[in-house]
Design a protein around this ligand. Sequence first.
Ligand SMILES: [Cu+2]
Length: 324
Amino acid sequence: MSIRKEWGEMAPAERISYTNAVLCLQRLPPHLPTAEYPGVRSRFDDFVATHINYTLHVHYSGLFLPWHRQFLWLWEKAVREECGYTGHLPYWDWPLWADDLAKSPLFDGSETSLSGDGEYNPGEQSISGSGITIPRGSGGGCARSGPFKDMQTHLGPFSRSLASLTEIPAPGFDYNPRCLNRSLNDWVASHYSNTTIVSQLMAAPDINEFQMVMDHWPARPEGVLGVHGAGHFSLGATLQDLFASPQDPAFMLHHAMIDRVWAKWQDADDNRRNALNGTNVITNPPWASLVTLDTVMEWGVLDRPRPIHEVMSPRINEYCYKYT
Ligand SMILES: [Cu+2]
């Protein structure tokens, strides 16, 4: 049984070996063809492009939890088998650091962090939409310290508007090199990813309520960020990008926390183990098919297609992991 630990629980050397493995995936050649995917320049980008490819199916839908569970597992396998990492996937325990992200071992900008805040960008604006205004964060420019200070992101940026999207919008898979953008946002983290919200998730009586606290779909008129969105809006522009967000190395740790809470919630009651809701299309339009345990999911070049039932517990099939 492998154990996925919280970032701060890992020894400094273990953290560095993880970030070194991420940097290694950024140097390895991609499996996707660059002719068709000009922005895919590395093995790391294979994961980003795969996420872009399936974004319109695997968010705000019934595929969200199961698809990302397998995506994380494929990522963990890649850092281990292709880059020699011997640990397991770490997670970001949101409430521990929600009041002061810059002091967290994840984002303090040290060599043992995932890099910290970006340089101050006076042009960063607050974000308004769906009845909520998110004040700007404290950075807004490039991350300039820690392991990812020199990394380049290659894909995106995508527009924040989801209005009636039926195909992958511009810029698709174009090559657009930029730095890792960070803007730590304690306002988002402390309001929307605190202890109370994690307790609400764990106390959700059914999967509908669980997904509601996670993502607030359908969006509530008063404008509330689900804890999933809160993680994405806590760190800056790179992680906010619904399509290309796996370019921020914090993505996998944020989603590991989502997977952790889901797994613990599933384990708390037998009726929850195979609970699913929603469809296979973003925001669950009325014409989309409801997902079932037999709905088949895909990960492109990363994996074979799999029915949802294969991923409904961290202790079945190829899985054998748990979270601290
Ligand atoms: Cu995603």
